[in-house]
Design a protein around this ligand. Structure first.
Ligand SMILES: C[S@@+](CC[C@H](N)C(=O)[O-])C[C@H]1O[C@@H](n2cnc3c(N)ncnc32)[C@H](O)[C@@H]1O
Length: 459
């Protein structure tokens, strides 16, 4: 990856807008080079006062990147060199964003120009950027109507992505894209092995945090806060988890207890487990429902697998599961050492996917993915599903899920699997949840896009 300029900061006084613009523009450049926004932000100094504002600005710029790119193409005869194009994109975001912190347009222009003048490398371009932004302010309506026919500009998603959403959701595609550009609520899952959900809600109310109960163990906050400031963070009383993802534990374990013999725990594999959100939920759900389980959490990426252990420690589940770094698709390499001749009672397969259901939380995903990534993901999902199926006991259950709204990764995947496996039956309906709770009967008032398909093996 090419070296990219790092933002500069004095750190001694309140952050100025020009610093935030500079950080966000250089961050956007790194996303353009293929890095995730989260990774970019992780490299910024945690203690810097510039960081929160710059992060919000980077994420907002990603939500406007279709529109700002199209406007830049109209404003500049020749494509501006990076990172000048990114400074323009960030400044235009500030001029376009209706709900953001509002700065007077002249402040945005001046601060962008000032940000460029801070560096010898960019100062020669300050006049050009100034002229572009001032022209945008003069001709805003004309420029915006000139790009209205450009689908990527209008929806702020790449054209191929829009086409996938339109094909799969012909009636809702525009609302889905709009919801994918909105901000997501902060939802927690209370660790009911530690504290009752209603008792936790009362604690939140006492702390002045407005929240509503969702599903069996969730609470949705009315306003985003720093979760480290909430009651019980260090004690592991909750995890951050969207409501859509909070369906997994009950769907998989809800039907598993009936055949359980007292002495024998159910052997359960969480096959793609890091960072362990659903792993912990399986343990919490089992504890709350007196279900005796033996849980194996598997993850192919060793670094991500270490986060499972960290999370389990915070939540108080240390020593209550086995973490394995292994490739769930390559069952031959771990079946004997991990399962020791046993078959599984249940499998949670939270498969690697496009993440098309959670782009409102990760606005960079749509720009980072390529259409060919989808083909590769669909193939690996099918392979993991097929190979894990062979390790399931007769009568055992497998819950397949993805945080995707693309049918190829959801309903098509399950239908194809059922067509190829005579010993598999579908349990209940396939559940396609849409971002913003746009499905006909929403799970809760707001949640991410998600897919669930529950399968049972013939006895
Ligand atoms: C959707 S995330 C899982 C999220 C997790 N279940 C949770 O709720 O916190 C998918 C995970 O699968 C892992 N993964 C991808 N391919 C895998 C494979 N072949 N075997 C095991 N893990 C895999 C990824 O590294 C990623 O951590």
């Amino acid at each position: 990856m090419p070296m990219t300029a790092q933002p500069s900061s004095s750190h001694t006084k309140a952050p100025s807008l020009k610093e935030q613009i500079e950080w966000a523009a250089l961050g956007l450049q790194r996303v353009a080079q293929g890095q995730s926004a989260r990774d970019v932000v992780t490299t910024w100094p945690t203690a810097s006062p510039v960081r929160p504002g710059a992060q919000a600005l980077l994420y907002t710029a990603l939500r406007h990147w279709g529109q700002t790119r199209a406007v830049i193409a109209l404003l500049a005869k020749k494509k501006p060199q990076p990172p000048i194009d990114m400074f323009l994109a960030v400044a235009l975001t500030l001029l376009l964003e209706p709900q953001g912190v509002s700065y007077a347009p002249f402040t945005v222009v001046n601060q962008t120009v000032e940000a460029l003048r801070r560096s010898k490398k960019w100062q020669a371009q300050a006049g050009f950027v100034n002229a572009c932004l001032r022209r945008f302010l003069r001709e805003r309506d004309t420029l915006l109507s000139a790009i209205d026919g450009d689908v990527a500009a209008r929806t702020n998603h790449p054209a191929w992505w829009v086409e996938c959403v339109r094909q799969d959701h012909p009636h809702d595609w525009e609302r889905i894209l709009e919801a994918s550009n909105a901000r997501a609520p902060l939802t927690l899952r209370v660790n009911v092995a530690r504290i009752d959900r209603d008792a936790y809600l009362a604690l939140l109310t006492g702390a002045g945090v407005e929240a509503i109960p969702v599903l069996e163990a969730g609470v949705m906050l009315r306003k985003a806060v720093d979760v480290r400031d909430l009651p019980g963070y260090a004690q592991g009383w909750f995890s951050v988890q969207d409501a859509a993802a909070q369906r997994a534990a009950a769907l998989l374990l809800g039907g598993c207890g009936r055949s359980q013999q007292e002495s024998q725990p159910l052997l359960i594999l969480d096959a793609c487990a890091a960072p362990g959100g659903k792993t912990a939920h399986l343990l919490e759900w089992a504890a709350a429902h007196q279900l005796h389980i033996e849980l194996i959490a598997m993850e192919v990426d060793a670094q991500r697998a270490s986060r499972i252990a960290d999370n389990m420690q915070r939540l108080g589940f240390d020593g209550q599961l086995q973490v394995e770094v292994a490739d769930a698709a390559n069952t031959g390499s771990w079946q004997q050492p991990v399962l020791k001749g046993r078959l599984l009672d249940a499998v949670l397969l939270d498969a690697p996917c496009s993440a098309s259901g959670i782009v409102r939380r990760h606005p960079d995903i749509r720009w980072l993915r390529r259409p060919q990534d989808l083909d590769a993901l669909v193939s690996i999902q099918a392979l993991i599903l097929k190979n894990l199926w062979a390790l399931l006991k007769p009568g055992g259950r497998l819950l397949y899920c993805t945080c995707s709204i693309f049918h190829r990764e959801g309903q098509d995947q399950i239908r194809q699997f059922l067509a190829q496996h005579a010993d598999a039956t579908q349990v209940g309906e396939l559940l396609q949840l849409l971002p913003g709770g746009l499905e006909a009967m929403p799970l809760v008032e707001d949640h991410d896009g998600f897919f669930y398909g529950l399968l049972q093996k013939a006895s």
